[in-house]
Design a binder for this molecule. Sequence first.
Ligand code: MSP
Length: 528
Amino acid sequence: MKKYYITTPLYYVNGAPHIGHAYTQVVCDTITRFYRQRARHIFFMTGTDEHGIKIEKASIEAGFDEGKEKDFVDTIIPKFTSLWKRLNIEYDHFIRTTEDYHKKEVQNILQKIYDQGDIYPEVYKGFYCTPCEMFWSDTQAVDGKCPDCGRKVDALNEKNYFFKMSKYKKELVDKIEKDEIQVEPNIRKNEVLGFLNGNELQDLCISRPKTRLKWGIELPFDKDFVSYVWFDALTNYVSGLKHKKGDSFDDHWDNVMHVIGKDIIRHHAIYWTIMLMAIGQKPPQKIFAHGWWMVGKEKMSKSKGNVLDPIYLLDVKKYPVDAIRYFLLSQVEFGYDGSFSEELFIEKYNSDLANDLGNLLNRSLNMVEKYFERIVPSTDIGSDCLNKEAVDLYAELMYSYEHVCMKVDSFLQIDGNKIDFKTALGMLWDPVRRANKFIEVSAPWTCAKENNTKALALIMGTLVQVLGKTAVLLYPFMPETAQKMWEQLGMTNKVCDVNPEEFGALVIPVGTKVQKGEPLFPRLDKIG
Ligand code: MSP
């Protein structure tokens, strides 16, 4: 059976994580849970990027002495790990670039590339953008500003080591064009190819002199230098997997997907792929760059001071974790920018979660309680007991799930054609909305008055099965909600253990006793 590997970027530990970081985690967690529920192997790794000038500066600003950066980063890590726990992110390994096994791997790779003559020393004259950790030539840094972030760059004139990336350019272009390395979505593939074809590929400066930066991994061939933080951090994808999955490294590596934000596409699609080519390792199968969460017209970012803190949403506003996961996954097509505001969040919550899903569960279970003493009735009854409009909806609901399952599946596969959580969730919400309509149209209250028990049983049975199937398919996206629904439907096993590939017509056995609980998503008041 194929083994998969999914990664997030390693987050800089110069501050607490925000919604943008939480997004990548939720995306990777959803795919991981999707695979696990279908009994497939997947290894999910995330972690933190702890070296470099940015972190050194943050450490000093936080009052730590020079040389005590590790103590500083140790204070930040729990901000990440505790938030991932709150968001129910089930990763297999959390890698820190300050760990010994990682440092050793970085040094091994540097030494290998140096020994084969692909790293050379040279005096560098140009500019440097510290927030982006990027070098820029004088033609690139127009008006003394970073072409990426627009902030002021510093002039530099110093010896450094350079990696001959240019040597691998042709091979890289070829691999991206042929989709041997899939860069997604397509706009990012075009962006990378446009950049490669339109520019001379400069060799990459992979060192920093210790006179300027001590907080890094020492170059194995020159003790006066440390590694460029990106060379160090990118190596994690290999060092962490090797460390945890030694024997099955190759199997996982064959089916890897790096999930990143669009601002770090070049680092991944160019630097990282070329680093791998240089050491004779297969480049990654897929690099998926998602868009940004924006606040108004601006990217949400620590440096802009406009971040939305997930802890505020969870602990102060007490929004359910799955409502946040749902918003992130359903608000934008995967790969594109989206706006996050509390107003938008509340609007979506009330319409999709309170009105559609929560309401369906609540009213269905109320009626099963009222009409059948909580016992799930059989649907093995001809549908001619229903009115005409209800018969059509009934047929759609009962027979649409094979299609829904297939569609949801197709949007979550690492090696599929298109990954898209928004469309997948839309597919899942379709039967939920239809089921609410089915209640209106079939009017069980009238059936009860008319003593039409056959119709009542058919309606209740159908609703329970729709809710059961929804819970199972919803699990990867909203694990807590799915489990709560499952329990309210009277099931005692774990919804994560129910494999939708083995669905029969009924997921909730006839005769099960439902256990109505608290409403899952009580309506929220509008802000202001
Ligand atoms: N440390 C590097 C990554 C090294 S990976 C080997 C880094 N760290 S970061 O903390 O600055 O950013 C981490 C990720 O967060 C990036 O993928 C970035 O795109 C993402 N985001 C930061 N702000 C974001 C939004 N406003 N919206 C969505 N994601 C964004 O870069």
